[in-house]
Design a protein around this ligand. Structure first.
Ligand code: ADP
Length: 258
């Protein structure tokens, strides 16, 4: 069993509201169509982050404006889901969309309960469940954002996956943000100790900048790696790398093992 995370940065333009990278999704879909026994998890990208910021949906949900914002964010997330499922199914992937908010509860944005019976049943039937980062019910905040990264790790542990492939818009984890520092070097392999160090370093000031999306990802990945799951971060813009990662072959990216 493999968990494939289609990163929000890879499948949407994170800086512009509701811009989908259809070509990237389609080229990944053509590779995925040749495989079975995997779950697709995806980020929300600009379909989620922009309305979440606009309607202040990170803190406790208290106001009417936030409730309307919640509904508008859901509409935006559903738009992404519809496009994604349409592209995946056109490429002959028997995809089954699953709403994270229907199977998870959170506390301050951390998953505290989950029920993946439907996902298990879909897998048994030969479907490919597809579940995205979402606004879920939260026992302290009313509702909160649960990232695709967190969901990917929980699913991997629940279904005893051997590998999680994180597809994003850069080649892997670098010594600094490769979009800002052209001298940044790709870290091709990492153990759990190195992973922990990078996740912590990234939080401190005046150190190589692995903040932005990558920092959160490293912190989320830790429990999966400690559970013995192999984690691969690759650039989703290159379908050959996805193919190699799925085939268990050597691939350009960051491989993280316990
Ligand atoms: P996704 O949405 O695809 O899951 P994120 O946006 O969460 O991906 O994280 C990927 C982004 O993290 C990249 O676009 C990159 O600019 C940024 N980033 C920051 N620091 C680093 C780093 N040290 N190595 C790689 N990427 C980094």
């Amino acid at each position: 069993m493999i968990i494939i995370k289609l990163g929000g940065a890879a499948i949407t333009d994170k800086t512009r509201l509701s811009v989908i990278k259809r070509r990237t999704i389609a080229s990944a879909a053509r590779v995925l169509a040749k495989h079975r026994d995997y779950i697709i998890v995806h980020g929300a990208g600009s379909f989620g982050h922009i309305p979440v910021d606009k309607y202040s949906l990170k803190g406790p949900i208290r106001t009417e404006r936030q409730l309307i914002g919640y509904a508008k964010t859901k509409a935006s997330l559903l738009k992404l889901e519809t496009e994604l499922v349409s592209i995946l199914s056109k490429n002959r992937i028997p995809v089954a969309p699953v709403a994270a908010s229907s199977c998870l509860m959170a506390d301050h944005g951390r998953i505290v309960s989950q029920s993946f019976d439907t996902v298990a049943s879909m897998l048994k039937l030969g479907l490919v469940p597809c579940i995205g980062g979402d606004l879920v019910q939260d026992i302290s905040l009313g509702a909160s954002v649960v990232s695709g990264d967190q969901i990917a790790v929980n699913l991997a542990i629940e279904f005893h996956a051997d590998t999680i492939i994180f597809g994003t818009d850069v080649d892997g984890l670098f010594t600094a943000n490769p979009k800002l520092d052209h001298k940044a070097n790709l870290i091709s392999t990492l153990g759990s100790v190195g992973l922990k160090e990078w996740a912590e370093k990234a939080g401190a000031a005046n150190v190589p900048d692995a903040s932005g999306g990558m920092r959160g990802k490293l912190t989320e990945i830790l429990p999966a790696v400690r559970a013995g799951i192999k984690v691969i971060i690759i650039n989703l813009n290159n379908p050959q790398r996805l193919q190699a990662a799925l085939d268990g072959k050597a691939v350009k990216g960051t491989i993280i093992l316990n």
